[in-house]
Structure formats: C-alpha cells, structure tokens
Design a protein around this ligand. Structure first.
Ligand SMILES: C[S@@+](CC[C@H](N)C(=O)[O-])C[C@H]1O[C@@H](n2cnc3c(N)ncnc32)[C@H](O)[C@@H]1O
Length: 185
C-alpha cells in the first residue's frame, strides 16, 4: 500500500509518545487516534475531545473492544476549551480536522476554533512536545481551513516552534496535508 497522510501522522506520533505520557486527541471522531495514543501511553493519560455524542460512543466502544478503556477521559466539548480540563504539561496533541466519517459533513472543524485550539495546545505542551495535524482540503471541506491554519502556523516564532509540512505534490484530488509541530523551548 502507498504511504498516506494517516501513516505520516501515525509514524510521527509513534516516534514521540511513550509510556506514562499525558496526551490529547483533539478530534476524537471514530477513536482511531485515541486508540493509538492509549496503546502508546499505557500508564499515562489520554484526554480526548469531540463535539458529537456519536464520536464519544464510537470511541468508547473501540477502547472497550481493545481492553483499553482506562486512564482516558472522553470529553464532549470543543477542543478550543481544552485548557479548562487540563492543568498539567502534555507531550502530544493530535488534530485530525474535518468531519466525522459516516455522519453530517456540515458538522466539522472551523478555522477559528482550530486556531484557538492550536494556540491552547502550544501553551499546554512541555518542551519537545509535539502536535500532529492532518488538514483536509477540496471537496466538502474547501480550502479556507487549510489556508487560514497554515497562515497562522507560518507566523509562529521559529525560535520557539519548528513547523514542517508534508504534502503529496503529484497526487490528484487534493490529498490531505500533514503538519508536524515541535515545541523547542
Ligand atoms: C476527521 S474526524 C476525526 C477522526 C478521528 N481522529 C478518528 O481517528 O476517527 C474530525 C472530528 O472533529 C470533530 N470536531 C469538529 N469540531 C470540533 C471541535 N471544535 N472540537 C473537537 N472536535 C471537533 C468532528 O465532530 C469529527 O468527529
């Protein structure tokens, strides 16, 4: 199988998250990233956010099926309010933007709340903590969120944060982009 954005994100998260870490899934969806984070953090803790009850129940079912429904908090709340729930430095925040698969495509992340959430995530991260960000474009999603989020990230202080984007230049249909952010100091 060819490499895709999900694999880029998974590799980056797996290289950086370890046993005992406190981490965040900012867009729980069907729970795949929450499950990955739970598998990697073991005795640590995962906070997962979504604004849809459907996402919470799918993720809960997936964790129970895998015997990993412990040291995790599934929170029905916008990720832009993550700082109300987390008061310790965290190692990793995962964003997989867009809409919930097999649900209403109109309920999706927005540029304003995503940027606010990234800002909060950057403040909560400890030194050498990471953000993994998958940004969709084209189709129902359009280009506004991608453009606004990248524009915000471009302006981050390069002494404090390293930002690297990966995109598939020669693939059709606007494939998603992966962004790696590392908090340097
Ligand atoms: C592409 S899905 C995430 C996929 C998920 N990571 C997985 O592994 O299945 C995007 C999710 O973001 C959620 N979302 C939209 N706005 C949000 C917000 N402000 N805060 C948290 N989640 C949000 C949607 O409800 C949707 O479930």
């Amino acid at each position: 199988m060819k490499i895709n954005t999900t694999k880029l994100a998974k590799d980056f998260i797996t290289e950086n998250v370890k046993d005992g870490d406190i981490v965040v899934d900012a867009t729980m969806g069907r729970g795949n990233d929450t499950l990955l984070l739970k598998t990697l953090t073991k005795s640590g803790f995962v906070y997962a956010f979504d604004i849809q009850k459907d996402a919470i129940s799918s993720t809960k079912d997936l964790l129970i099926k895998n015997n990993l429904y412990e040291n995790v908090s599934l929170i029905l709340e916008g990720h832009q309010n993550m700082d109300k729930y987390i008061d310790k430095p965290i190692s990793c925040v995962v964003f997989n933007l867009g809409y919930l698969p097999k649900a209403d495509h109109n309920i999706a992340t927005t540029p304003q709340t995503t940027i606010l959430a990234i800002e909060k995530a950057l403040n909560l991260l400890k030194q050498k903590g990471i953000i993994s960000l998958c940004i969709y474009q084209g189709g129902d999603t359009g280009f506004e969120e991608k453009e606004k989020v990248l524009d915000y990230l471009k302006k981050l202080d390069y002494n404090k944060y390293t930002v690297i984007i990966s995109e598939f230049l020669n693939r059709p249909n606007f494939p998603p982009i992966h962004v790696k952010i590392i908090k340097e100091i």
